[in-house]
Design a protein around this ligand. Structure first.
Ligand SMILES: Nc1nc2c(c(=O)[nH]1)N[C@H]1C(S)=C(S)[C@@H](COP(=O)(O)OP(=O)(O)OC[C@H]3O[C@@H](n4cnc5c(=O)[nH]c(N)nc54)[C@H](O)[C@@H]3O)O[C@H]1N2
Ligand SMILES: Nc1nc2c(c(=O)[nH]1)N[C@H]1C(S)=C(S)[C@@H](COP(=O)(O)OP(=O)(O)OC[C@H]3O[C@@H](n4cnc5c(=O)[nH]c(N)nc54)[C@H](O)[C@@H]3O)O[C@H]1N2
Ligand SMILES: [Mo]
Length: 841
């Protein structure tokens, strides 16, 4: 197993996209550039403004006397998002990490410190030299006393855009020069999906380009959206986002209105997308999509609505699956619509009607990712593929299945141009690490990312993972950069318990998040807007290349990740090797020129660097329309899928051979450890908590923005959305302060009553900053981080993915004296004696 990053997928995609997709021509390119020039910044009174980019879009910034005073969307972005309004505060928030900080008791007692004090937020300010010396000494100690299994290097999070400063790469390269460590496989986004789909459809699908929107708008008659909220989720992208997909959602809205396309949103909640389109909403009980889809399969079989020819030509294993649907196997349950109706809450008649509608029309299925972020999350993914296969429209224009149209403007065709590469994360000099031992003492060197807390609580445990046996290493030290572990991981109080087993924790960030609060050494990175960089404009459209011009110098004592880690490598006299002797700006230019040379070969014109840097961007023309899986449909032999057989696998021999009880040779309906609507645990905790991705932020990013928080918080807390019925039952009014709790934890939030929510379903958006009243296990979270309540169990033994959306809670009006929110504003700075330092800034 190797450590993969999303960049790898995208790099692969870029090369794929280049083959025969676009007959590229710079004449076209200049036409697009000209069109953008018509919206030129001068005309908008933005002459002299700088340009930069973020996951939430490119923008212009007005800088006066070394201060950014105004931010406006990039003139090419026709659908900028409100998240952009938090950008100024990213630079100037009170929660910035200002200085290198060391936790008080760790400063005094190092690895023998009192770990239970972690989280009390008392830190001592140190110099950069001292901080890096401490970090270096710790790494030496870990490698000498234990070995590479004792060091976990956490990466693959939503670090800022910018290819030179990709902070995970910097950390991994620098640490890699010193010694080896424990890496992670997979990610929190698609933990289950990216593992199951290669067995079924031959690729991860989740990070794949999808059928072009033009084709969908022209050909599709029924669009079936499963657990999907693109209008909310397309606000951000993996690279600097263009927001071009919104153009098509606007057109789709018109087609819904004139009834030329029927869009059905299968979701417990009326989503932002459903409200925007004004389309049909089909309510389903949470976590029961598999039962529904099985009944649809049953209906297609019973009513002879499925495409036998397609199954024969393109798939394997239907005969092995059908007996399960018919109730002829172990469980003896026929998966009829009547059976499913009891579980999923959709009537048998409605299930039949829906199935007929989909079978009789050109139907595109679009699946979101939240349903694979729950226990047995592999199953709905597999079922949706089987449904699509039986409909027989995979590879047809406007038909088939997609698992990515809600992400990073997938469906906007790729220009085919190459995008800039990145600062290398691997050692590329032929030299070995200082501590060159590869001896992990029998522990695994790579573990599934969502099992990192298990490793601390059950050291040495052997777990299954995608056909491998993984032995969890009891690591002693962890380093995080570019991810917010204390936002993204589930079950805070379990994390607290696990952290007692960690001798040393290091966080590198520009924001004083809970990951910093629970660390021992904190290094202040600067924000992406305090350094020069370059990024791809558009993650899949490859629309262009954008300059990230430094807006202001790094504030306080913060430094760029490049700078920090290069300084670290000086301690091994490897700093020249680290940077290849190149400065930040030389790297920017180098990546640009490399990309330019590549593109010239393909006839995509890019100006000389200086011209680009001054102008701030290059744009490429739109690519050709494209249909996912069309090549496979055309010739399944030549264009065989990446599955073991080359066909779509309805039954998988390979998966059956693993013998996992929770992911067998074909999809199975399985009850969850906890489920609302009469499911396990619902007597005590009747409310299903979904912690979807925030409409207002990118995860925990921009939560620090007071400007933004003042728009959406209630009593200064994160909102919890709930139905009028649930509110009334509990005597809760809109705007009340409430306590949300279960056996795993408790938090304060502000009640937001909305008709979009049905009974027994509540929502707290992920990324709300954890702010406990104190370090102790069970402490009340004062702001509303849903991961205080979520459950840290694996999706299955196959993928070992996170299951954040399997979570039951109760809610009550909070009547006591409300503690102040502790999440924001940085650490409590103390002297070594413990007295609080009074800052006059
Ligand atoms: N309950 C629940 N939990 C979830 C999810 C859910 O649906 N429900 N979703 C999961 C998913 S899909 C994801 S992707 C994860 C996201 O989890 P993360 O990727 O960990 O979330 P972010 O808040 O984006 O954290 C990025 C951190 O990197 C820091 N950072 C940004 N730029 C830089 C930089 O240039 N240098 C340095 N050093 N630091 C930087 C930011 O300040 C921030 O603290 O959350 C997961 N957690
Ligand atoms: N604004 C914004 N956009 C983002 C992000 C962000 O932080 N902010 N993060 C990005 C990232 S990293 C990721 S991974 C993606 C996440 O993309 P997803 O995981 O697809 O998004 P979510 O918003 O968590 O959930 C989408 C929908 O699933 C529904 N849902 C949940 N459980 C069920 C269920 O059991 N059955 C059914 N039928 N529906 C269900 C929810 O009600 C919601 O409407 O979003 C990306 N886009
Ligand atoms: Mo994600």
């Amino acid at each position: 197993m190797i450590q993969t990053t999303r960049r790898h997928f995208l790099a692969g995609l870029a090369t794929l996209g280049a083959v025969g997709v676009v007959p590229a021509s710079w004449i076209f390119a200049s036409r697009v550039v000209k069109a953008a020039d018509e919206l030129n910044p001068d005309a908008k009174g933005m002459a002299g403004w700088k340009i930069s980019g973020a996951h939430w879009g490119a923008f212009r910034a007005r800088v006066e006397a070394d201060r950014v005073v105004e931010i406006q969307p990039f003139e090419f972005d026709k659908h900028p998002t409100d998240i952009l309004k938090g950008t100024l505060d990213v630079i100037y928030s009170a929660s910035r990490v200002r200085y290198p900080m060391v936790r008080l008791d760790w400063y005094k007692n190092r690895e023998n410190s009192n770990k239970a004090e972690r989280g009390d937020n008392r830190f001592v300010r140190v110099s950069w030299d001292e901080a890096l010396d401490l970090l270096y000494a710790e790494l030496e100690r870990i490698q000498k006393n234990y070995g590479p299994w004792a060091l976990h290097v956490g990466n693959v999070g939503w670090r800022s855009v910018g290819q030179v400063h990709s902070c995970g790469n910097h950390m991994l390269r620098a640490i890699g020069m010193h010694g080896r460590s424990v890496g992670t496989a997979g990610d929190y986004s698609t933990g289950a999906g990216q593992i199951i789909l290669p067995y079924v459809l031959g690729s991860t699908e989740v990070y794949s380009q999808g059928t072009s929107w033009e084709v969908i708008l022209r050909e599709t008659k029924v669009l079936f959206m499963i657990a999907n909220d693109p209008v909310k989720n397309l606000q951000v992208g993996w690279n600097t986002e263009t927001h071009e997909a919104y153009e098509y959602w606007g057109q789709l809205k018109q087609k819904v209105a004139d009834k030329s396309i029927r869009v059905i949103c299968l979701d417990p909640v009326k989503s932002k997308t459903q409200n925007f389109l004004g389309c049909e909403h089909l309510y389903i009980n949470p976590m029961t999509d598999v039962a529904l889809m099985m009944a649809m399969v049953h209906t297609m079989w019973k009513e002879n609505l499925y495409d036998k020819k397609f199954l024969e030509t393109y798939t394997l294993g239907f005969e092995e699956f059908l007996p399960y649907i018919k109730g002829e196997t172990e469980d003896k349950i026929e998966k009829t619509p009547e059976w499913a109706a009891e579980i999923c809450g959709i009537s048998a008649e409605k299930i039949r009607e829906l199935t007929r509608l989909m079978a009789k029309n050109r139907t595109q299925i679009m699946v979101g990712w939240a349903i694979q972020r729950q226990q047995h999350g592999e199953q709905p993914y597999w079922m949706a593929a089987i449904l699509a296969a039986m409909l027989g429209q995979i590879g047809l224009p406007g038909g088939g299945i997609s698992y990515s149209h809600h992400y990073s403007s997938v469906g906007v065709s790729s220009s085919g141009a190459s995008m800039p590469g990145a600062f290398p994360l691997n050692l590329d000099t032929g030299r070995t690490p200082k501590y060159d031992t590869n001896n992990y003492d029998g522990y695994s060197s790579v573990i599934p990312v969502a099992r990192v807390i298990d490793a601390l609580l059950e050291p040495g445990k052997e777990i299954n993972f995608n056909g491998h046996l993984v032995k969890l290493p009891p690591y002693k030290m962890a380093i995080f950069s570019g991810c917010n572990q204390w936002h993204r991981h589930q079950q805070r109080n379990r994390m607290k318990e696990a952290y007692l087993n960690l001798e040393t924790v290091v966080a590198v960030d520009y924001n004083w998040t809970a990951t910093c609060r629970f660390a021992d050494i904190v290094l202040p990175a600067c924000t992406p807007f305090e350094r020069n960089d370059i990024d791809a404009y558009g993650s899949y459209s490859n629309r262009g290349v954008i300059a990230m011009q430094k807006l202001v110098d790094p504030l306080y004592h913060s430094r760029s990740d490049f700078d920090i880690w290069q300084d670290f490598t000086k301690r091994m006299k490897r700093d020249i090797e680290y940077s290849r002797g190149m400065s930040e700006m030389q790297w920017v230019e180098y990546l640009y020129e490399e990309c330019r040379a590549d593109n010239l070969k393909k006839d995509f014109f890019m100006p000389p660097f200086s011209e680009f840097w001054e102008k701030g961007y290059v744009l490429f023309p739109k690519g050709k329309e494209w249909v996912r899986h069309a090549d496979f449909r055309d010739d399944p032999e030549v264009n065989a899928l990446g599955t073991p057989s080359g066909f779509i696998e309805i039954f998988s021999r390979k998966l059956a051979s693993f013998g996992y009880p929770d992911c067998k040779g074909h999809p199975i309906w399985m009850e969850k450890v906890e489920r609302s609507m009469g499911g396990p645990g619902s007597e005590k905790y009747p409310l299903w908590l979904q912690s979807v991705h925030p409409d207002t932020r990118l995860h925990s990013q921009t939560c620090e923005s007071e400007t933004r928080r003042s728009e959406y918080t209630i009593h200064g807390r994160e909102p919890v959305y709930l139905s009028p019925q649930d509110a009334q039952k509990r005597g809760i009014k809109h705007g009340d302060l409430v306590r949300v709790f279960n056996d795993r934890g408790q938090l304060l939030a502000g009640a937001y009553i909305s008709d979009n929510f049905p009974q027994n379903v509540i929502r707290i958006q992920e990324g709300a900053w954890y702010g406990p009243t104190g370090p102790e296990i069970g402490a009340l979270d004062t702001y509303g981080d849903p991961n205080t309540l979520t459950l840290d169990v694996a999706t299955s033994e196959l993928a070992q993915g996170p299951s954040a959306n399997t979570c039951l809670v109760e809610i009550e009006k909070f009547t006591g004296n409300a503690p102040a929110v502790t999440s924001f504003g940085g650490p409590i700075e103390v002297f070594v004696g413990g007295e609080v330092v009074k800052r006059d800034e």
